[in-house]
Structures are given as C-alpha cells and as structure tokens.
Design a protein around this ligand. Sequence first.
Ligand code: PMP
Length: 397
Amino acid sequence: FFSSVALAPDDPILGLTDAWLADPRSPKVNLGVGVYYDADGRQVLPESVMRAEATLTARRRARSYIPIDGLPDYDSATQRLVFGEDCAAAAEGRVVTAQTLGGTGALRVGADFLKATLPFAKVAISQPSWPNHQVLFRAAGFEIGNYPYYHADSHGVDFDAMLAALLAMDAGTVVLLHACCHNPTGADLSTAQWREVAGTVRDRGLLPFVDMAYQGFDRGIAEDAQGIAILLEAGVENLLVANSCSKSFSLYGERVGALSLVCASADEARRVRSQVKQTIRANYSNPPTHGAALVATILGDPDLRAQWEEEVGQMRGRIKAMRNGLVARLAALGHPEFAFINRQAGMFTYSGLSPAQVQRLRDEFAIYAVSSGRICVSALNEANLDYVADAIARVAG
Ligand code: PMP
C-alpha cells in the first residue's frame, strides 16, 4: 500500500541543529534555533511557571476532558492578554477565543475554519515569512500569494511595496500579518505604518489574520499587541488572531496557544464559535489541560502575573543587550554597517549575510545559521559574543 510513498525533505532548521550537535569542534555555536536561551545558553524555566505548577500539583486535579474550545479561565485571560483589558469588541461579546495546540494549532484551526467559511478566498503571506505559514495554509486547501515585505538594503520593511500590494488585492483576501518580532526578518511595522495598513485593510475589505508568537519580546505585553488594537480602532469588523504561549511562558512542549476571532455582533460570535468547535472536534476533539492551566493560574493571580511580566521583561532585556553587544563589537571590528541589528526586534535578525558567508561561518568557525542569514539573537551570550562577532567580521570581509 505504501510502496509509492516518497521521502519528504527534512525540516531545514531542525536539520541544522542535528548537524551542530554532531560537530566535534569547540567552540561551536548554534544560531539557527527558534527557542529562547538564557545568558548561560540554557532554556528557561520561569519561576512563575514553577510556582503555578506547585499550586496545580497541590490541588490534585483529575485529568478530565476540558471543553472543545478550551479552559474557560484560560480563554478569557488570554483574550485580555491579546486584546487588552478595555477592548470594546470583547466587552460586547464579539470576540471568540478558543484554546489551541500552540500558535501553530491556532493558525491551522483558523485556516480550516476560513476554508469552510470562505472557500474561494486567497491567502497572502509576507515575503519572507515563517515557512510553516505557507505549509499549513496550503494544507488547509488555500491558494497562497505573497506580498513584498522586507527591504534588503534598508534591512527594514519595504512599506511602499507592501501597501501597493495590499491595495491591489481582491476584496476578501486573507492577509497574514505578524503582530511583532517578525520571523525571520526582525523588521516590524511602526505605529504609523500599522495605522495605514489598518485603513487599507478596512477600505479594501481584506480579512486580517494576525500571528502573535512573540508577545512581550519587543516592547511589552500591550505594546507588542498594538497592531491588533489599531486594526480594531480603524473599524475593521472581522479579524483573526493566533497567539502562542510557547515563547512568552517558555511552554514550548506543552502546546499552548489560542485562536481569537472578532465578529460583527454577539450573535455572529455565537455562530462562529459553534463552527470553530466543529473544526476542533474534527481534528483532535479537545485540547490538553496542563499548559493552559498553568497560564490561567499565572494570569489569574496578581502576584504570579507580576512575576511573569518581570520574567518576560528579563528575556526582552537580554535580547536587546545581545543585539547591542553584537553591533558594538562589529563596529569596533570595522563593521558599523551592522547597526541595523539594533533597529530589528525579537528573537531573530536577518543579518544580511549571503548563503556563501553563512557556509563559511559553518565551515571555518563551527557557527551554524540558516542559509537565509537569519540569526537567533537569543542564542548569543557573553561567552560566545566575541567569537561570533569576530567570525562575522571575517566573513563579511
Ligand atoms: N508563528 C511564528 C511566526 C513562529 O515563529 C512560531 C514558532 N516558531 C509559531 C507561529 C508557532 O508557535 P508554536 O510553537 O506555539 O506553535
């Protein structure tokens, strides 16, 4: 039965980590990862998560099924995290939030819901984007287009080209937008640019689907969600948000995220929720308990929440310090042109290094990065910054 099955290609980024692990050289650095590492190069176990875990353990909960659309406490706390405490649409009962398996699960449930609801819509994704965007919207049956996003010379957003593309899209096109910390480029829209995008989306009748995988990693919890608030303020009636707790709570393997859909009325929201639940039911029946219970515990307790915000702030601060450190070292080595790294946001920077230069980093210095030149800034620390900066300066010529 399976004799004609072809071998699928390995994931290029995970393959990089395998090659790095197998590399016997020392020092060696893996800048290809998509996970936050602390100053000692270790994954983080936030104190707030540990304390919430202790609370849950003491409660000795039986692991019963939870509702198809998730733990109610998690859903409402997440909705406030994503839309803020004073969101009119939420107060009017127009926002549906359903717990999902990470941000990926939110995107996929959203994509399946959209395919069932708007079967002929096109989907537009930034060029470049997180590769899984393309993969999962295609798997949901969509025709995918791209809109220009990154400007290689300025290392920022090619905003004129992006806006022109939005203006040329068919009404009803689903536009995938990154809320903050754009993966892979680190180039984000400014507040003024968000306002222009919001007005254009509203006037052209486009449907925004905002992916927020790094809330809190650029400027702050509310600040990083500003694009969502701006879309709503502009009068955009319908929008979707996929958010992830993988990075901000360091709960990668627990698979915690949520899909939120803003509807035109409370009645529309009731109908939309019923269809989202159908989509989930047909996929995995209902979501897992543990990660969402942790997040609900943290967000529902003022003390734990304050500690969590402080811990997110530390991650954010360290990322910025590493950007600064890399830029300063490269400038001292005669490469002031890398100053743009300080203007980019979040875990990643598009370094501008060519595939050949990335290959040299690997061959000559055992430094692994994605061939696009994407570098994970959080993989930098005081112990490897000098080595990495020196190597980049050498391959940059
Ligand atoms: N969107 C983007 C832009 C991401 O970078 C990621 C994670 N790499 C996700 C979504 C998915 O997050 P999760 O691990 O929560 O599924």
